[in-house]
Design a protein around this ligand. Sequence first.
Ligand SMILES: NC(=O)c1ccc[n+]([C@@H]2O[C@H](COP(=O)([O-])OP(=O)(O)OC[C@H]3O[C@@H](n4cnc5c(N)ncnc54)[C@H](OP(=O)(O)O)[C@@H]3O)[C@@H](O)[C@H]2O)c1
Length: 325
Amino acid sequence: MNRVLILGGSGFVGSHVCNKLAALPWRITLPTRHEAHARHLQHLPRVDMVQADVNDPAVLRRLVLGHDAVINLVAILHGDARAFERMHVVLVKHLTQACLDAGVHRLVHVSALGVDGQVPDKAPSLYLRSKSQGEAVLRQAATEGLQLTLLRPSVIFGAQDKFLNLFARLQKLFPVIPLAGAQARFQPVWVEDVAHAIVHCLETPHTAGQTYELCGPQVFTLKALVELAGALCGVRHGRGRPILALPEALGRLQARLMAWLPGPPLMSLDNLDSMRVDNVASGKLPGLQALGITPTSLGAIGPTYLGSPEYQDPCLALRRYRQGG
Ligand SMILES: NC(=O)c1ccc[n+]([C@@H]2O[C@H](COP(=O)([O-])OP(=O)(O)OC[C@H]3O[C@@H](n4cnc5c(N)ncnc54)[C@H](OP(=O)(O)O)[C@@H]3O)[C@@H](O)[C@H]2O)c1
């Protein structure tokens, strides 16, 4: 039986990947910083959960040993330059070195749309720059024998997403939504399609050496997505809240203020900077169809979770919002 090490396997995308792999002949090693983060996956067969700090190179070297492949899903959305570099560049350096040293050649790495591994310094935000630098490290390792597949998703939707759920909850709680980056464009992709793509790449050797852009069938502005979230969760009988598109200076001020709120920031200055580049397929790289996957529309899936009872209960919406989107 093949063995795969999944870094970041406890997260939103990783949980869907683990569920899919559990139905296939793979044995999964799932490191996590805190076992509680991965408890929802404990019931799956052939999952070996390990409490470990993957930022420690010696730990990572030990983890990689004995596996046939690695999937890397570790990433952060908020932090300072040092934190982004640590997660998206240094960890990737340690991982590629550990893989090459251990003779584990197959790596599927999830990056993000808007990333450019050829010219990392051009990226407009710390998130995209560090992700681009990480891709550059991976490409170098690919010249040394790593069989690398890069996947670049647009924003990902699904029942546990922190994007549409957040905008639905905000509309349950506030009468008006002041919105920065309202005209930024996205091509949302369903988490199950992303997980399917990852598993397909893992199992299909000829996807090594390729980069895929994972996008849904439709392009939306951020404003349209917020409107859709409000409509689907039934705010004001499906009309949603009025949205106040903020000019750039006010949007930046709002992001600065949000950084002071307790808990993970809802929107940071760096998130706004990321939205300077369109989050839509470039058309220059293969997408889900090239992997035999027909992209699922937000219209088909959104109502299944944004129309859930949670959104009929403002107290529950407030509790979830306080828990971090
Ligand atoms: N979600 C989206 O809309 C979206 C869009 C484009 C690209 N992506 C990319 O898709 C991948 C997966 O995203 P996701 O939404 O599934 O992320 P997620 O839910 O935030 O999960 C991230 C994982 O990374 C691990 N992690 C976080 N901080 C860490 C740290 N300091 N040290 C070690 N491990 C850490 C966590 O593991 P433990 O807590 O168990 O240790 C967690 O399982 C990422 O590369 C992301 O950039 C996501």
